[in-house]
Design a protein around this ligand. Structure first.
Ligand SMILES: O=C(O)CCC(=O)C(=O)O
Length: 290
């Protein structure tokens, strides 16, 4: 669904918003099915957690970075309503995707409780500007229902932290827990927040629970001090070529691929890029080379 304007306004006012029913049913179902090719199904995991020590190594052990072997997962970051929301929130079409992570958590694997922090610490070399310029848009697309029992992200509304200098990235464990809001919502919902918002991961409140989400972050292009992942760094993986092959030129552009009409394209680059990525249709790029 198209993210309503009131939700985008809420991100500026409160620092975050939750949009229920964001993903269409088929996209959600396909992504959920694909999860079981990456992670153990909850019933399999909980049948014998000891078989999955890798998922208990740290709070972040369930993170898997884009691209994936599953088309249904690779389609998520370029989901048209997500890109539309990013363009509207960032007030530009010249935007890029700068981080994609899939994250699985299983109750009892480890304690997932965190202190409140602002995400900009590893999303920019500097600090966010407070005046809506160079903003980064960070998101969680929920792939499982998240109730109070399921380790929801907990966030502190921006008006409550406006007097804390932006240079401060972390609060002490327990600080502002009394003011936090839990981002509970059904599978298929979208949470959007900003990198200056204090928030934290929380632990499960019941055994046998699990949480799955994809985190997809966007920013205005061109501010070289901002970012997190490097897509060229992933280009040697076959799955990156497969992911790009299934995208439109606009969607590839979101990963930094030169758009049709870019001065990058000439007879040599058209030929050699086609040889590197035989599954990518070069017609739209060729059309604008004289
Ligand atoms: O998993 C979550 O709900 C939030 C995690 C988080 O904020 C972090 O690891 O930086």
């Amino acid at each position: 669904m198209r993210v309503p304007d009131k939700n985008l306004a809420e991100i500026w006012d409160q620092g975050f918003t939750v949009v229920e029913g964001f993903l269409d049913r088929d996209t959600l179902k396909a992504a959920q099915e694909a999860l079981w090719e990456v992670y153990p199904r909850p019933e399999d995991y909980f049948a014998d957690p000891g078989k999955h020590p890798d998922l208990a190594r740290s709070q972040f052990a369930g993170l898997r970075l884009f691209p994936y072997a599953q088309g249904a997962l690779n389609r998520m970051p370029v989901y048209p309503d997500l890109v539309d929301a990013a363009e509207r929130f960032l007030q530009s079409e010249d935007i890029e995707i700068y981080k994609v992570e899939l994250w699985a958590k299983y109750a009892g694997a480890i304690n997932y409780d965190q202190f409140h922090h602002r995400d900009y610490g590893n999303h920019t070399l500097v600090v966010p500007r407070a005046d809506r310029v160079h903003t980064q848009m960070t998101t969680f697309v929920l792939l499982s229902d998240v109730t109070e029992l399921d380790g929801p992200t907990k966030l502190v509304p921006l008006p409550l932290t406006k007097d804390i200098p932006l240079s401060k990235r972390d609060l002490k464990m327990g600080e502002m827990f009394e003011c936090e809001v839990a981002a509970t919502a059904p599978a298929g919902s979208l949470m959007i927040y900003k990198t200056d918002v204090f928030h934290r991961g929380s632990d499960f409140r019941a055994p046998g629970r699990s949480r799955f989400a994809m985190l997809i972050d966007f920013q205005q292009r061109g501010w070289r001090w901002n970012g997190k992942m490097s897509w060229p760094d992933r280009a040697g993986q076959r799955t990156m070529g497969d992911a790009l092959a299934h995208m439109t030129p606009r969607q590839r552009d979101l990963f930094g691929w030169p758009p049709p009409g870019s001065e990058y394209w000439n007879e040599q680059t058209l030929r050699d890029v086609a040889a590197r990525y035989p599954n990518i249709d070069m017609t739209p790029y060729r059309a604008q080379v004289s």
